[in-house]
Ligand binder design. Structure first.
Ligand SMILES: Cc1cc2nc3c(=O)[nH]c(=O)nc-3n(C[C@H](O)[C@H](O)[C@H](O)COP(=O)(O)OP(=O)(O)OC[C@H]3O[C@@H](n4cnc5c(N)ncnc54)[C@H](O)[C@@H]3O)c2cc1C
Length: 382
């Protein structure tokens, strides 16, 4: 297997690094964390550089990138400002990817060019108070009435729902658990659609929301994939997106673990210069050695799985291994980073404490670590 990135991939990484270094200062990171507001300016600058079209097919004016490209973008952004990955997900993942993979011709023509220019954003609304890991047991319903589908129900923990133009909403349209779900592209300005933002321990600025649908009337042409192909087909459409979403989340853990390692290494070097040669710093050195080794294992697993996905091999088992391993290993790495930093790790001025709070969410979102282990076992027939 060739483990080198191509020139094109390296150029993309350099471009994203340039964007991050130019626009994201430590002061801005603290400001977003404190204000807990969606950073529209940063998203706009990302789109202005043409980066929002990275995974839009060339036929629609995009760069035609694959999962490797997406992961490079998210890994680099996560090193400096992890929440921005969730914000960009409202375009790259929940917009470009959902419409690109499952949209019909009319929907691709209508939405992809606007997504590329950053004019619209999408949220992805499946989770409900009693339907998280078992997402197919959703209770939000849609029934046909006088030329419209009428949606009633509620969603929880929907990223960016209050600021996105559309919410891709999963609703029950028939009784069959898996074959009775339809995805609707719901315009947020429709009557009966409302959101309430939820305060969280991390990812301030990602605008995580509860959504209420109170007789929201949606035209049939806004069924994802069109009425003929999309009605009662939402679950199958969702299955096609899972590998991509899980790999992208894993790439965010790579960026956060790398940034935490870099912060710990810098601190350890400075500490070794300050302390007398007789001081025993071996436990800190060992933390650094373990962090570096674990980080390397994460990178190899994540990018080898992404390579298989890009080849069209549908690596379901390896994707769940990656999602589980990266989420849990990044947690270990950041815990060790906290140990290296000592009291400094507890200061709100350092990134380590923020990474520690935020890394916990990767064991939950996109399918919990336990669910990934269930999937891995299932692929072994257990
Ligand atoms: C920051 C954030 C952003 C999110 N963004 C979105 C979004 O944009 N759109 C969206 O639709 N959802 C979103 N979610 C929701 C997320 O997908 C769910 O939280 C996740 O699927 C888990 O569901 P739950 O929280 O209801 O936990 P539960 O499913 O209730 O799980 C609770 C615990 O039970 C365990 N468990 C449950 N079932 C099993 C099982 N079968 N086997 C073993 N263990 C099990 C879980 O592993 C977990 O430890 C977001 C969540 C967060 C925290």
């Amino acid at each position: 297997m060739d483990f080198n990135f191509t020139d094109k991939q390296n150029a993309l990484r350099d471009k994203v690094r340039g964007y991050v270094d130019t626009n994201i200062t430590p002061a801005l990171v603290r400001e977003i964390e404190e204000k807990d507001e969606f950073p529209h300016d940063l998203v706009k600058k990302f789109c202005d550089l043409g980066l929002a079209k990275v995974n839009i097919p060339e036929a629609y004016g995009g760069l035609g990138g694959d999962i490797m490209d997406l992961m490079i973008v998210f890994e680099e952004v996560a090193k400096k400002l992890p929440v921005l990955c969730w914000n960009l997900g409202n375009i790259l993942l929940y917009g470009n990817e959902i419409i690109g993979v499952n949209g019909n011709q009319e929907q691709k023509d209508e939405f992809l060019p606007k997504l590329a220019r950053g004019e619209i954003m999408f949220s992805f609304a499946i989770t409900e108070p009693n339907a998280g890991s078992d997402a197919a047991s959703i209770k939000t319903r849609a029934f046909f009435d006088n030329g419209h589908y009428v949606i009633n129900g509620g969603k929880m923990f929907i990223t960016g729902a209050g600021v996105s133009t559309y919410a891709v909403t999963f609703a029950r349209t028939a009784e069959s658990k898996y074959n009775g779900i339809t995805s609707f592209i719901v315009d947020k300005s429709l009557e009966g659609f409302s959101t309430r933002s939820i305060k969280k321990l991390g990812f301030h600025g990602s605008n995580t929301c509860e959504i209420v649908y109170d007789n929201v009337r949606v035209l049939p042409r806004f069924i994802l994939g069109g009425e003929e192909k999309g009605l009662n087909n939402g679950w199958k459409q969702e299955m096609k997106l899972l590998n991509q979403e899980r790999l992208v989340l894993s790439s965010m853990t790579l960026g956060m673990a790398q940034a935490s390692f870099d912060e710990a290494l810098k601190f350890a070097r400075e500490k070794m210069q300050r302390t007398s040669p007789s001081t025993d710093v071996q436990s800190i050195q060992h933390d650094i050695a373990e962090m570096a080794s674990e980080l390397e294992a994460m990178k190899v697993l994540a990018y080898s799985t992404a390579w298989k996905e890009a080849q069209g091999l549908d690596p379901v088992r390896e994707t769940s291994m990656t999602k589980y391993f990266c989420a849990e290993t990044a947690k270990h790495i950041i815990m060790k980073g906290m140990n290296v930093l000592g009291a400094s790790g507890a200061s709100m001025d350092c990134d380590m404490q923020r990474n520690l709070r935020e890394i916990l969410i990767f064991s939950i979102g996109g399918g919990t670590s336990q669910i990934q282990k269930n999937i891995i076992c299932k692929t072994f027939g257990l």
